[in-house]
Write a protein that binds this ligand. Structure first.
Ligand code: ATP
Ligand code: MG
Length: 275
């Protein structure tokens, strides 16, 4: 993989329902609309990104599991998502991936399977990996294959709870498995500016993560919740929605910030202060 031209970004948070899949699908689509070539990888046995893009996961003959086992390359597994003219591909998941955790557990080098499978992939500007709500072997594979991590955080009570474990895992992966790994983006999701609590949570997130926090916040928006059940991205389902506006603004911020993920100088991630 030519790492200089392709950004590989794992969307990680072991807390469930914080907007990982929504962000993978809609940030990926927004970047494709900005003429970037984008690959989405569904690493969740729940296959939410796959279903959310209108792909019937249980009918897929080949999935990310086959990719990880070296049974077929990305080119043979990927599905082209039918947007207008954009370049958006998906490596789908299926429930079969749940068995993978068990089967892979005895395999030496099990954390490197996705990375190895992506070695031959040269033709994307962005690869986003949608992780499951866990820090087990599938998420570890994503963290080893990626250079960057984006962490979505729902702007609600207890948003930061358990984050210490995630940051500790990133530290260990960086130390033992992938020294290039960096958290380059923290995204506030389901934000409602009318709620004082939401504003307070964003302030706390900024205290911990500083410049890594995206200026763009994803507002609470019913269309974002509805669109996956129609198998559509927000840009097809309701292009005039807040959701479409926010994810397009986020895509532009991601482009503008570039790889180091910061507007200014580095600040520590503050892991020591979190539980
Ligand atoms: N900004 C938003 N406004 C309203 N609903 C949202 C928003 N973002 C996500 N949702 C909804 O919240 C739920 C959780 O979002 P999503 O599936 O993206 O989270 P996740 O972190 O991928 O969850 P999991 O850990 O289960 O994979 C979904 O029903 C989604 O449609
Ligand atoms: Mg998800």
């Amino acid at each position: 993989m030519d790492n200089d031209s392709c950004r590989i970004i794992a969307i990680v948070n072991h807390k469930g329902g914080v907007g990982k899949t929504t962000t993978t699908i809609n940030l990926g689509t927004a970047l494709a609309k900005l003429k970037k070539k984008v690959l989405l990888i569904d690493m969740d046995p729940g296959a939410h990104a796959t279903y959310g893009l209108g792909i019937l996961a249980h009918r897929r003959e080949r999935t990310v599991y086959d990719l990880m086992r070296g049974r077929a390359p990305v080119n043979e597994i990927k599905v082209e998502i039918a947007l207008d003219q954009e370049n958006l591909d998906l490596v789908p998941a299926s429930i079969e991936l749940a068995e993978a955790e068990v089967q892979l557990s005895g395999l030496p080098g099990r954390e490197f399977l996705l990375k190895e499978a992506l070695n031959e992939v040269h033709s994307y500007d962005y690869i986003f990996i949608d992780c499951p709500p866990s820090l087990a072997v599938l998420t570890l594979n994503a963290m080893v294959a990626a250079r960057e991590i984006f962490i979505p955080l729902q702007t609600e009570y207890l948003a930061m709870q358990g984050l210490g474990k995630l940051l500790e895992t990133v530290k260990i992966v960086k130390h033992r498995l992938n020294r290039d790994l960096e958290i380059t983006g923290v995204l506030a999701t389901r934000y409602d500016k009318r709620k004082i609590l939401n504003r307070e949570v964003v302030n706390r997130i900024k205290e911990h993560f500083g410049e890594k926090v995206f200026d763009v916040r994803i507002r609470e928006n019913i269309s974002l919740a509805e669109s996956p059940s129609h198998g559509l991205t927000i840009f097809e389902y309701f292009p005039g929605s807040y959701g479409a506006e926010d994810y397009m603004a986020l895509a532009k911020e991601v482009l503008n910030r570039g790889k180091n993920g910061r507007k200014e100088k580095t600040r520590s991630s503050g892991s020591a202060q979190l539980d």
